[in-house]
Ligand binder design. Structure first.
Ligand SMILES: [Zn+2]
Length: 392
């Protein structure tokens, strides 16, 4: 099955893009290239799709349920009690809501951490997008539940298609013991799974870790031997210079979640040190009840603005933050996508250059990061298929 996007803007120039199956065959195809479907795209530009590297998708069902309070109060007094009353049906419903919102704002992949994961996986499969589904783990689970989680890390969905991957997802250092973190890391490594964990999200987490183990979370995780290239560390707000070097040296991927960090008052991500360390940074929305949406384009803008808050206006430029939201996320999860180029998986966002927020267009990336919103999106492609079509 071949699709031709005729006359579409790529890197400032009109071109013809030929998609063959699930990959871009040519981003410079002739006008008369054979295709089953040809779409006139002269008013449109193509951009890489978003890869949301930290999410709790089903929490979308709690959108707006508890706002304007600190993380621990929010989590312990409001979210956790409400979640205890949630069943598989609510997880499915929340996941469907989340995926609909993500597709409408150009996201084709999310890295998830939640419970009743099989319901989220079903919603992902039905929608035709990509996901990394975390097998979430906390010490408070029953022994039976822990054993079933470990079994899932080892064997779950081994034979499924390439759109869904499974990760080991211990919640954090304050909810999972060192011994269990080591066990899960071993299981993950032995079964080719990534290891997804919240790290140094709040000052309190760092202080409690100091009290309990005499060191900060990154040093503690490193001492346990659970930092490596397959580790996805969400947040990393309170990380010092030496810890950034440790993360970079171990090849850890960090997920920055600017809206959630601001809304929960967690603090400003140390952009200066993160960038200087050379660590791979990606962007995530976090769950919908601490955001309160899953719009990666907004995360780009908030990140780029928050970076500049201390006075350095050159810190985190529009092209750089676009990379965090797209190709860095794809690479962190081993997805051969994130750039519009020959041979890459055909994931993309197609925007309308005639949208009010896209005019004039001196610089498409600048417009996309700083001016646009989801109303500019006309189509979203995932794995060669059009999963959103808003052409009028
Ligand atoms: Zn989170």
């Amino acid at each position: 099955m071949k699709t031709l996007l005729r006359g579409i803007q790529l890197n400032g120039k009109p071109t013809n893009i030929l998609i063959n199956g699930n990959r871009f065959e040519s981003v410079n195809a002739p006008d008369n290239a054979y295709a089953n479907t040809a779409i006139e795209c002269h008013r449109y530009a193509i951009l890489p799709a978003f890869y949301n590297a930290h999410n709790h998708a089903a929490m979308t069902i709690l959108r707006g349920y508890a706002d304007d309070m600190p993380l621990q109060t929010w989590l312990e007094d409001h979210i956790w009690p409400k979640e205890r009353a949630m069943g598989r049906a609510e997880v499915y419903e929340g996941s469907v809501m989340a995926i609909n919102e993500m597709i409408s704002s150009g996201t084709v992949f999310f890295n998830d951490m939640y419970f009743s994961m099989s319901r989220t996986a079903t919603a992902v499969r039905e929608a035709g997008i990509r996901a990394a589904i975390g097998v979430t783990y906390m010490d408070s689970y029953s022994d039976k539940m822990k054993a079933s989680k470990e079994e899932r890390i080892c064997n779950w969905m081994e034979d499924q298609d390439s759109m869904i991957q499974i990760t080991a997802a211990p919640h954090a250092v304050y909810t999972v013991s060192g011994e269990n973190l080591q066990k899960l890391y071993r299981l993950a490594r032995d079964h080719g799974r990534r290891f997804h964990i919240h790290v140094s999200e709040t000052r309190k987490e760092v202080e409690d870790c100091m009290k309990a183990f005499g060191m900060t979370p990154v040093r503690y995780l490193d001492k346990l031997g659970v930092l490596g290239p397959d580790v996805i560390a969400a947040h990393c707000v309170h990380v010092d210079r030496e810890e950034w070097d440790i993360l970079a040296e171990r090849g850890v991927t960090v997920v920055h979640c600017p809206c959630s960090n601001m809304k929960l008052g967690s603090g400003r991500f140390p952009y200066e040190m993160a960038i200087e360390s050379g660590v791979r940074v990606t962007l995530g929305t976090d769950g919908c009840s601490s955001n309160n949406n899953l719009d990666m384009r907004e995360e780009m803008k908030f990140a780029a603005l928050l970076a500049k808050l201390n006075g350095d206006t050159s810190l985190l430029s529009a092209p750089e933050v676009l990379k965090w939201a797209t190709v860095n996320g794809a690479e962190a999860f081993g997805i051969d996508a994130g750039v519009i180029a020959d041979g890459k998986l055909a994931d993309a966002i197609i925007v309308d250059l005639a949208s009010p927020r896209m005019r004039p267009c001196y610089n498409l990336i600048s417009n996309w990061v700083y001016a646009a919103d989801s109303s500019c999106i006309r189509m979203v492609l995932c794995n060669g298929k059009i999963i959103l079509d808003k052409r009028s």
